[in-house]
Each structure stands twice: as C-alpha cells, then as structure tokens.
Design a protein around this ligand. Structure first.
Ligand SMILES: Nc1ncnc2c1ncn2[C@@H]1O[C@H](COP(=O)(O)OP(=O)(O)OP(=O)(O)O)[C@@H](O)[C@H]1O
Ligand SMILES: [Mg+2]
Length: 339
C-alpha cells in the first residue's frame, strides 16, 4: 500500500511516501525565518506552507518514482497545531483525495509522534511506555496497542520544548532553544546550580514553570542584565537547567516502570533529539531490562512519515474519514483516536 503523508501543524511543511513499512521519501521544509521573531508567527507560517506544499508533495512523489495515481491512501495532520497552518496541509490533502477518489485519514499529530518509533527498523513492542516530549506537549503514556493509549501523566503548565525555548530566550541564545541549550550544555557545568525539580500530587504529572522561573530569578539575582552574563556562566546555567529537566522526566518514567509491566520504552517528539535525555533514558531502560526505541533525529521533530504511518494504522483498523474533517488547535475531544 502506498501512503502519502502531509504535515503542516507548525513551522515545518513535510510530505512523505510510505510503501508498506518502507519510507520512500520524507521531505521536511523548515521555516527558519521565524528565528528573527524569537518564535513562530502563525500568519507567516500559513503563507509559507501554502507556497511549498504542492512542490514538496510533487518532489516526494518524484523521489519515490511514483505519480499521484499510485497513491492508495492520503493522510494529513488535522491537529493539534496552528489553525491556519493546519488548514493548508489538511485542505490540500482533502482536495487531492477528492480529485483522485482515494481514501483519506485525518491524523492527530501527537498520535503521529507516539508511534514514530515504528518508523525505525528495530520497532517497539507492546505494551509500551511512551514519553512524548515536544514543543507543545509532555505526556507519559501506557500504550497497549495501536488503538489503546492510556495517559498516565501530562504537564500541568509548560511543555518540555517550551521550557527549553523560554530559557534559551532568557540567555539570548535564540530560537529554537532546544539545540542551542544542548550545545551550550556540552561545555557547561551541569552541577554548578541546583535548579528545583517539581514534586506534584499526581505521580506522573510534570511541571516546568517553577524551574523556568528559578532560572529567571537566578539570572536576575546574579547579573544586572543578560548582556552581563559571561559565556561560561551562560553555559553553566544551560547545563544545570537541562539536567533538572532530564531528572524530572526520568523520575516519572522510572516510577511508571515500577507500576506498569511494559516490554519496551519509546522516547518521541522534538525534545527526544536531546543527547542527554537519549542517553539517560537508555541507561534507565537497561536498568529495567526493557527494549528502548528512540527515533533517529529526522523523525523526532515534525515529519510527515509519522503522519503517514499513523494514518495507515488507523486505515488498517477500519477507519476512513470524511472530507469534512476539520482542523483543531488543541487535543481536546480528539484525544486520542482509539477504539
Ligand atoms: N536537542 C534538543 N534538545 C532539547 N529540545 C529540543 C532539541 N531539538 C529540538 N528541541 C525542541 O523540540 C521542540 C520542537 O518539537 P516538535 O517539533 O515536536 O514540537 P511541536 O510540533 O511544535 O509541538 P507538538 O508536537 O507538541 O505539537 C522545540 O521546543 C525545540 O526547542
Ligand atoms: Mg510536533
């Protein structure tokens, strides 16, 4: 089965072609110009998606040596994300499905991330403990099958990626913050400052706003303004912050490993690109004798291959969506498409 995937929920336009389990093409066009504004500007994002979507799908087909008529299933992200950005990819996909008279699946972007480990050659095994760490979400999930996702915990305030981006801004490293904090951390002392790790009533929930505020307070207390922070100090703050984030994520993951009998662990989402986090969760998985699957970097951030894969699993379970499918900005009632 040939599946076309389209992703346009935020600042990446992506088109992918799957043939069965093989990824024939996964093209990602990143809107780097948002860095000039310190974050994603929704209207500019929609316009950029509009310009690139058709050439990108055409290129993905060409790279796969296929043409439109060869596609068996069309899938696109319907939410969560920026409404104008979603509208571009979703409308393009629905138009294509209508004109080619092919089945269509509207995919939940987070479900795309959740199952992105299945894009790897070595696949996760159910039941699976999945940690989703992205720009907008932080979720700990017990995943029994492609159709059974149980949420154990979520963030009560900032998402992990959001915290990375905000602390990066405080240190004037720029956007997106994750890779910049990671680079600074490599040469910083992660034990220099003991930033707090939140303890919450609900055992698997996360909170990063207190940590973010304590980074801000530390900067305000010790420096008159951000331009006065020596590079060495910035690197130490970045590394100490990154360490506190990883401890918070690993604490809840380890707690879940005590209480849920899983075969494997999967770390997914944009922040899964973080080298320290990848390393620590690998150590944890070895400690508990679990298989660990972390997508390669191309499949951690937003990509259409994960959308195609999730769309395919839903289609195979018997689902087919109408061309009236609408975009949705947050997880809300579409949380999650399980049966
Ligand atoms: N090496 C890294 N270390 C930490 N964070 C990183 C790294 N690389 C990317 N990130 C973070 O990942 C986030 C982007 O991830 P992703 O594209 O999955 O988020 P999103 O699609 O905007 O949000 P969501 O998937 O929740 O809708 C950004 O916040 C970015 O800073
Ligand atoms: Mg994402």
């Amino acid at each position: 089965m040939i599946v076309l995937g389209i992703e346009s929920s935020c600042d990446e336009t992506s088109a992918a072609i799957l043939s069965g389990n093989n990824i024939l093409s996964n093209l990602i066009s990143s809107q780097d110009f948002h860095a000039d504004y310190g974050g994603v500007v929704p209207e500019l994002s929609s316009r950029a998606h509009l310009q690139i979507i058709k050439p990108l799908v055409d290129k993905a087909l060409k790279e796969s040596n296929l043409n439109c008529a060869d596609i068996d299933l069309i899938t696109a992200t319907a939410g969560p994300g920026l409404i104008g950005a979603l509208l571009v990819g979703l409308t393009y996909a629905k138009g294509l499905a209508f004109s080619l008279n092919k089945p269509f699946i509207a995919v939940n972007h987070i479900e795309g991330h959740i199952f992105s480990g299945f894009l790897m050659e070595d696949k996760p095994e159910f039941p699976l403990l999945t940690l989703v760490v992205s720009g907008g979400h932080t979720l700990l999930l017990y995943v029994k099958s492609f159709m059974e996702i149980q949420q154990l915990g979520t963030t009560v305030d900032d998402a992990t990626g959001e915290a990375f981006d905000k602390v990066s801004k405080m240190l004037s490293f720029g956007y997106p913050g994750g890779p910049k904090i990671q680079n600074a951390s490599k040469i910083g002392d992660e034990d220099k400052i003991k930033f707090p790790v939140a303890v919450l009533k609900k055992p698997y929930n996360f909170s990063f706003s207190g940590l973010k505020t304590s980074v801000l307070r530390y900067i305000q207390k010790n420096f008159s303004n951000v331009n006065d922070i020596p590079e060495k100090e910035k690197n130490d703050i970045a590394a100490s912050f990154q360490k506190a984030v990883v401890i918070a994520l690993m604490q809840n993951t380890e707690r879940a490993l005590h209480n849920y009998d899983v075969k494997s662990i999967s770390l997914v989402g944009g922040v899964a690109a973080n080298a320290k986090l990848r390393n620590e969760i690998t150590i944890l998985s070895k400690k508990y004798g679990k298989k660990i699957i972390i997508p390669s970097l191309e499949f951690c951030g937003d990509n259409a291959a994960m959308i195609a894969l999730r769309g395919k699993s839903l289609f195979e379970s018997g689902r087919q969506d109408s061309l009236n499918a609408k975009p949705y900005p947050s997880l809300g009632e579409n949380y999650f498409h399980t049966s």
